[in-house]
Design a protein around this ligand. Structure first.
Ligand code: FAD
Length: 456
């Protein structure tokens, strides 16, 4: 009847799945980790590898003293108190131990990012590997997986179904490899297959406002984890939530960091005009950008910002392409970018008169500096990065049934579960993605392992 038997099945080997597998394996359990594609990448590899955490020793070393409650308050404020408070608090409380576990137990070098603060963060709290890249994060997690001979990693083997007993308790999965379908018995199953950004049908159904934007996430993230659990009665929550972005350079396929804006830059459309407060956040700004002529815009910044951002891997790579246009004057920059010159010069002069703390016509008050020549511009398009709604979970990452009870033996984390971004694009605060992936991944792996050890 069964083709194999393990303690824990983890579906999806992105950030959430790798962390969940490592946490369970560290407690000595047999873990089968199934990955749909033939790569260990996922959205996690595409990310900037920035993990938010409050109360870490890296913050304390720099004199930053904040609590998980402070961090949760920032997150809740950003999503207009639309995320579940207990869930938000639980993942914020797990954040500092997560960073220290990754650093100390997994030997992954992480440091506090102090170059700039992301919108809504009241303290420096992003922790990232030296290259500030998710690819490095994933590589290091993958290396750790190889050190455990109790993790069986199966590539090109998607999980396609959940198996349950008569009480609707999860007892295993069906996984499909080139050799056919296999029934795997498991005491606990952790779904870490991310959300449905790569599934046009589901995006149109749940988040029509962003359906015309470029999908900039991993193609394999097509929502199966959510659908499989819904098929056995799981509830979903906040399915309209997502992370948009407004700074993808489509030509190179590289993300221009929003640091360009937060360090003092701004955005215009092809008519040379600004159209909203850029500092509200890159996620909700995507819908504004989608409304502009040609559905694209241009980020404008200067040499100081450029020099400072060269320490970021993506930015450095972009600087080696022809994406950035550079000029000594706004007139020349408009010519380089091929946008309306008269409007742009007027916009530029008006923007550079702004003073920090005094709202401009769009309500923006954050003006980190006066731009000084030479100036830079880069063309950007709006994008859907990943969805933030998903399976309803409790603070242990256990999946909740539509009737309100826990579905025994089933966990969800990362994009498969509801995140902490509320119900709308404006609710996404930088870092919420990796926080929900790695934070709930660790919570799920630890809880599943402990429950097995307790004989539950
Ligand atoms: C360009 C970009 C930049 C970002 N930057 C940041 C950032 O700096 N900070 C931040 O917090 N967040 C960021 N995010 C969001 C963050 O990357 C995601 O929220 C997070 O990585 C999700 O992790 P995950 O493990 O849930 O999914 P993923 O890392 O996408 O992993 C999911 C894995 O599951 C596999 N899979 C799918 N279906 C199945 C199946 N049926 N069976 C088995 N395997 C399956 C996929 O192939 C994939 O490998 C960014 C996202 C993008 C796209």
């Amino acid at each position: 009847m069964w083709d194999a038997e393990v303690d824990v099945v983890v579906a999806g080997a992105g950030g959430a799945g790798l962390v969940a597998a490592l946490a369970a394996a560290q407690k000595g359990l047999q873990v089968a980790l199934f990955e749909k594609t033939d790569h260990i990448l996922g959205n996690t590899a595409a990310s900037a590898g920035m993990i938010p955490a409050a109360g870490t020793r890296f913050q304390k070393e720099l004199g930053i003293d904040e609590t998980p409650e402070d961090m949760a308050e920032d997150i809740l404020k950003k999503n207009h108190y639309e995320s579940d408070r207990d869930l938000t608090l639980a993942v914020c409380r797990a954040s500092a131990p997560l960073i220290e576990w990754m650093h100390d137990d997994l030997n992954i070098e992480l440091s506090l990012v102090t170059e700039f603060k992301y919108p809504g963060h009241s303290n420096f709290r992003m922790h990232a590997p030296p290259s500030r890249s998710g690819l490095e994060l994933v590589k290091r997690l993958r290396q750790n997986v190889s050190k455990f001979d109790n993790i069986f990693l199966m590539m090109k083997t998607p999980v396609v179904d959940l198996l349950t007993n008569e009480q609707n308790e999860v007892i295993g999965v069906v996984a499909e490899s080139s050799e056919g379908k296999q029934r795997i018995k498991a005491k606990k199953v952790i779904l870490a297959t991310n959300g449905f950004g790569g599934n046009k049908r589901m995006v149109e159904k749940y988040i029509p406002e962003i359906k015309d934007a470029l999908y900039f996430g991993y193609e394999a993230n097509t929502g199966e984890g959510i659908e499989m659990a819904v098929n056995i009665g799981a509830d979903v929550s906040n399915m309209t939530a997502y992370q948009g972005h407004s700074a993808v350079n489509e030509g190179s396929g590289i993300l221009v960091t929003w640091g360009t804006i937060m360090m003092g830059g701004f955005m215009v459309n092809r008519n040379g005009k600004r159209f909203a407060d850029e500092t509200v956040g890159y996620s909700e700004f995507a819908v504004e950008l989608l409304k502009q002529d040609g559905k694209h815009g241009y980020i404008i910044f200067d040499q100081d910002i450029y020099d400072e951002l060269l320490s970021h891997e993506d930015f450095k790579n972009l600087s080696q392409s022809s994406a950035f246009k550079r000029a000594e004057s706004p007139e020349k920059l408009a010519e380089e970018l091929n946008i309306d010159k008269a409007n742009f010069v007027a916009t530029f002069e008006q923007f550079n008169k702004n003073e920090p703390g005094t709202p401009d016509e769009f309500g923006r008050e954050n003006f980190a500096k006066k731009l000084r020549p030479p100036y830079y511009g880069v063309r950007v398009v709006p994008a859907l990065f990943h969805t933030q709604g998903g399976l309803k979970i409790n603070e242990h990452a256990q999946v909740i049934h539509k009737d309100g009870h826990v579905i025994k033996n089933l966990y969800a984390c990362g994009g498969t579960a509801v995140g902490v971004s509320g119900k709308h694009a404006y609710g996404y605060m930088s870092g919420n993605g990796l926080l929900a992936a790695l934070g709930f991944g660790k919570i799920a792996g630890d809880h599943a392992a402990q429950a097995i050890l307790n004989g539950e």
